[in-house]
Ligand binder design. Structure first.
Ligand code: URP
Ligand code: ZN
Ligand code: ZN
Ligand code: ZN
Length: 483
């Protein structure tokens, strides 16, 4: 037969189009899109009446990342990518994290070993630059960009990761010169340290005080500073995990000045709030399940994030999947059952629930349209990180990565519970939410990896994706605009 797989009568939605057609797949790629495709295939699936979107591209997730506090990420590349696939994601961009005093290349080699033989969907790596020495910015990063590692994440907080402003500038200058993208974790480290000390001195140590130690001013100031540094160097950046109004306002202000500032948000800022870190009389650690940074804010801030999604302010929605178990001694409780908030690992799971939550609460409730959904969750992350059009769309020549959706009528929603998820984390912060949609079928490079509740993919069948440069290198003098 001519094709390996034909998906018939698909109601295809991309960032720009919506139409019904058959999709012909051969050797992992989309070879034909036509109405009434006159061909046969080894396997045919009828998608009549069902919505089909590009496989999700999760531009921000953490798998199997070494930690410095004795805790352990609940997901490695097998369980993490399995969970992604079952939630409709076909490409992930986790991080290869440099350690201070070590080379970036060492981190890259280490993460390839962690992913190989495990990943079930395709993956690329962002580089966490934790030690921006001259050798790193002048030699290592340019060489790594050449090899397909074209995006960096840098931190303005966390003692073992943070860069000072000068180091941030050096990384941004490298990104500009070589056409890479820089993601910035924007929180003011000294403010957090001082607030934390005040809280602990006052005996305010419960999980909920994590929020008090990182109020919006902390994120707003760092966001503004990151924008200013990017403006000085004259290069685009992405502000990751934007949590609420005040950071949104900074980005809005920057956009108004014509600055190329991209922004990411995550489901936790749409569906969780500071109250979720509150005290459960039966389990003081309960709130730890929703500890992440920046912390979830309140309902009014959730609305600001929704507005930013529909208005075009945000470029992408990622999961920031950073799973730690609630039970056991190597997760959220690594420092004990009554550890102060500052000793609880930061991060929450969400690689599988990202698309269903946004489809259900966003598209099906009319907050964003289907094209915007595709753009935020697949097309834009692929573009931003040099994977488009291989990833992030449904088009002839693109990889055959797509999702066929099950949509449930009102009153017959799917009750979300951790039992149905495929990560190795022992909880989901979204337990009990009612979902109007879930991927019924996920196809990754032509392989059916998830169908009717069954996961089926060989560990190691995912491929490493070298990324293209997201834009042209710029050898010009960044000072020109200031002279
Ligand atoms: O709390 C979070 N988000 N942990 C994951 C690491 C990060 O900063 O993205
Ligand atoms: Zn971060
Ligand atoms: Zn993260
Ligand atoms: Zn539309």
């Amino acid at each position: 037969s001519t094709y390996d797989l034909i998906l018939r009568n698909a109601d295809i939605a991309t960032a720009g189009d919506r139409y019904t057609a058959d999709i012909g797949v051969r050797d992992g790629r989309i070879c034909a899109i036509a109405q009434g495709l006159d061909a046969s295939a080894a396997r045919e699936i009828d998608a009549r009446g069902r919505l089909v979107t590009p496989g999700g591209v999760d531009g921000h997730c953490h798998f199997d990342q070494p930690t410095s506090d004795g805790s352990r990420f609940a997901d490695d590349f097998l369980s993490g990518t399995r969970s992604a696939a079952c939630g409709g994601t076909t490409t992930v961009l986790p991080f290869a994290a440099q350690q201070k005093g070590r080379s970036v290349q060492e981190a890259v080699d280490d993460y390839h070993r962690r992913a190989e033989g495990k990943a079930v969907i395709d993956y690329a790596f962002h580089l966490i630059v934790a030690d921006a020495t001259r050798d790193v910015t002048q030699r290592e990063l340019p060489a790594l960009i050449e090899k397909g590692y074209t995006s960096f994440k840098i931190y303005m907080t966390y003692d073992d990761l943070k860069l000072d402003d000068r180091q941030i500038i050096e990384v941004l200058a490298t990104a500009r010169r070589h056409g890479a993208m820089t993601m910035i974790h924007a929180e003011n480290s000294d403010c957090i340290a001082w607030l934390t000390e005040q809280l602990l001195d006052a005996g305010l140590t419960a999980p909920r005080y994590h929020s008090s130690s990182r109020p919006m001013a902390v994120e707003r100031e760092a966001t503004h500073r990151a924008i200013a540094l990017a403006e000085l160097v004259d290069t685009p950046i992405l502000i990751v995990h934007v949590s609420g109004r005040e950071a949104v306002e900074q980005i809005h202000w920057a956009r108004g000045r014509g600055l190329p500032i991209h922004a990411e948000t995550c489901p936790q800022y749409l569906f969780l709030s500071a109250e979720d870190l509150g005290i459960d009389p039966d389990d003081p650690m309960h709130g730890a399940r929703c500890i992440c940074s920046p912390p979830p804010r309140d309902k009014a801030n959730q609305q600001f994030i929704w507005n930013g999604l529909s208005s075009g302010l945000f470029t992408i929605v990622s999961s920031d999947h950073a799973p730690f178990n609630m039970n056991g001694s190597d997760g959220k409780r690594v420092a004990g059952d009554d550890a102060s908030f500052d000793r609880i690992p930061n991060g929450i799971p969400g690689v599988e629930t990202r698309l269903p939550l946004l489809m259900s609460e966003g598209v099906l409730k009319g907050r964003i349209d289907i094209h915007r959904f595709v753009e935020l969750t697949a097309t834009n992350p692929a573009r931003l990180y040099g994977l488009y059009p291989r990833k992030g769309t449904i088009a002839v020549g693109s990889d055959a990565d797509f999702v066929v959706w099950d949509v449930f009528p009102q009153g017959q929603e799917k009750l979300l519970s951790n039992d149905m998820l495929h990560h190795d984390a022992d909880y989901t912060p979204y337990e009990g939410m009612r979902l109007r949609a879930w991927p019924g079928l996920t196809v990754s490079r032509g392989r059916v990896v998830w169908q009717d509740g069954v996961f089926q993919a060989e560990p190691g069948s995912g491929q490493f994706l070298p990324c293209l440069r997201p834009r042209a290198p710029n050898d010009g003098n960044p000072l020109d605009k200031w002279l």
